[in-house]
Design a protein around this ligand. Structure first.
Ligand code: SF4
Ligand code: SF4
Length: 257
């Protein structure tokens, strides 16, 4: 089975939110209210239990390539459709004590609500702040990578609905090549800070939702070097064993020395 991925390219996103709507329609998710957040044209604010695609509106006081803004100040306005990263090493999956979160044959990370007990360990273990508990049922939810559609040979609803192909879906190695080529093209066109966001060098080991970004990952609320919490286990166990050894030696010394 081919390992699939998303490639999201904000440089061609028009902020229409068709992906958000398609995701909600297909997965029968409730709306998030229709009030402006005060962050540009954002009304869904962040990914959550009922928001599996979130279109971020990013306004920055710097030029966008060779763009003419019509204002004396430099200004760039970007839109990025964020989603669960379907991590190669997923903190949520490692933390789940009931086995509710599993890896699918497509390489994605899937939550089974009927096995979830609502403990929330996955929520604190996600380095991207993606997975969330739904208030009504008290269970964890996030993007399913449209597993049901993929099984039926269809592409995810968000990628299908995107009118500019800002969200592409396909085989991961092919998308990595496409992302690299897109970055090269953007740089040739004057977008010197174009880069691929795919943290393969950290304990996350890469993601199945690649992004072409301009500038720093932090500006898009992406951690520059995400780590899964279990990488700290080795150090914690080393300290625990060292403390136990010191305690034993102290007790031994008190009795026999
Ligand atoms: S892949 Fe499916 S579930 Fe995930 S964000 Fe897109 S539409 Fe929603
Ligand atoms: S982004 Fe978070 S919720 Fe999604 S697979 Fe990675 S750890 Fe799990």
């Amino acid at each position: 089975m081919a390992i699939s991925a998303f490639l999201t390219d904000p440089s061609i996103c028009i902020g229409c939110k068709a992906c958000e709507v398609a995701c909600k329609e297909w997965n029968q998710l409730p709306d998030d209210g229709f009030e402006w957040s005060g962050q540009s044209y954002d009304n869904t604010r962040a990914l959550g239990a009922s928001t599996w695609r979130h279109v971020l509106f990013l306004e920055q006081p710097q030029p966008l390539g060779a763009q003419i803004t019509g204002t004396p100040e430099p200004f760039r306005w970007q839109f990025l459709s964020d989603v669960c990263k379907h991590c190669a090493n997923a903190g949520c999956l490692e933390a789940c004590p009931t086995g509710a979160i599993l890896r699918t044959e497509f390489g994605s990370v899937f939550v089974q609500p009927d096995v979830c007990n609502g403990c929330g360990y996955c929520i604190v273990s996600c380095p991207f702040g993606v997975i969330d508990r739904n208030e009504q049922e008290g269970l964890a939810f996030k993007c399913t990578f449209c597993y049901d559609r993929q099984v039926a040979g269809l592409i995810p609803a968000c990628a299908k609905a995107c009118p500019t192909q800002s969200i592409q879906f396909g085989e991961i190695s092919e998308l990595r090549e496409r992302a690299g080529a897109r970055v090269q093209l953007l740089q040739e066109r004057g977008y010197a800070d174009a880069r691929v966001y795919d943290p393969r060098e950290t304990s996350v080991g890469g993601i199945h939702a690649l992004f072409v970004i301009l500038g720093r990952p932090e500006d898009y609320n992406f951690p520059p070097a995400p780590e899964i919490p279990t990488v700290h286990l080795k150090t914690a166990w080393t300290y625990a064993l060292a403390s136990a050894a010191v305690l034993l030696l102290t007790v031994f010394g008190a009795f026999f020395l």
